[in-house]
Ligand binder design. Sequence first.
Ligand SMILES: C[S@@+](CC[C@H](N)C(=O)[O-])C[C@H]1O[C@@H](n2cnc3c(N)ncnc32)[C@H](O)[C@@H]1O
Length: 230
Amino acid sequence: MHITPGNSVLDAGCGPGIDAFALAEIVTSTGRVTDIDHDREMLDQANRQAREMAMDACLHFQQADVCSLPFPDDHFHSCRSERLFMHLHHPEQALQEITRVTKAGGRVVIVDTDWASLSIDNPIPETERIFSQYRIDKIINNGYSGRSLHRLFRESRFLDIDIEVFPLFTTDVNLFYALSVQEIVENQALADNVISEQQLTDWRKHMQQAAAAETFYSSIDIVMVSGTVA
Ligand SMILES: C[S@@+](CC[C@H](N)C(=O)[O-])C[C@H]1O[C@@H](n2cnc3c(N)ncnc32)[C@H](O)[C@@H]1O
C-alpha cells in the first residue's frame, strides 16, 4: 500500500477488522484507518475488539456498500480489500468507487481468491470438478474474482500494476470444509441433481478416509493485484 505514519487508509469489506489493527500500527495515531463493511454484526465485533485493544481512537468502522462509498473523491492515501470481490455481482463498480476515493498517486491493493484453482486430492477427480464448477456457478457470486483482477486494473486508470500470487494449502479436512463452504456446495449440488446420492456418498467416504489416514491435501491460489491511481 506504500503507506506511512499520518496516512489515511480504507479497508473495504473489513469483516471483523483483523487487518485494521495492522494498518493502524503503520499509520499510527497521527493517521486514520477507516474500515467499511455492509454487515452490522461484523462491525460490532470489530468495534468490540478495538475497544478491548484500546485502539478505538484511530480506527473507524462504518457500515457501507463498497459499490457506493460515502466518501468524497480523492479522500484516502491508499485503499485495500481482501476476499471481498468474490462476493460482488459488480466488481468493476466496486473498483471504480475505490479508485474514486483514492488520491492520485495513491496505491490500491485488492486481494482475492481464484476459486477455479481449487485442487483437492481424491480418487474421483470427476466429482471434484463437478463440485468446483458448481461452487463457481451457483454458490459464489464472483468465483473467478482472483483471476479477473488484473483485467479490471488494466481497464481502469492505474499505473505500475503489480501481481503476486500466493498458493495456500491445507491438510486439515475440517478447515477445508469451513473455508470452501464445501458442505453447502455438496448439499445444494445434490438438491439440484447435479450430483447423485451415490456420488456424494462415495465422495464423503473418501474424504473421511483421507481425514482418518491424515492424507488429505487441498490447495488454492490467492491473487493480489495492486496499482497506482493515475
Ligand atoms: C470473506 S470476508 C473478508 C473479511 C476481511 N477482509 C478478511 O480478509 O478477513 C468478506 C466481507 O465482505 C463483506 N461484504 C460483502 N459484500 C459487501 C459489500 N457489497 N460492501 C461491503 N462489504 C461487503 C462481508 O460482509 C464480509 O465481512
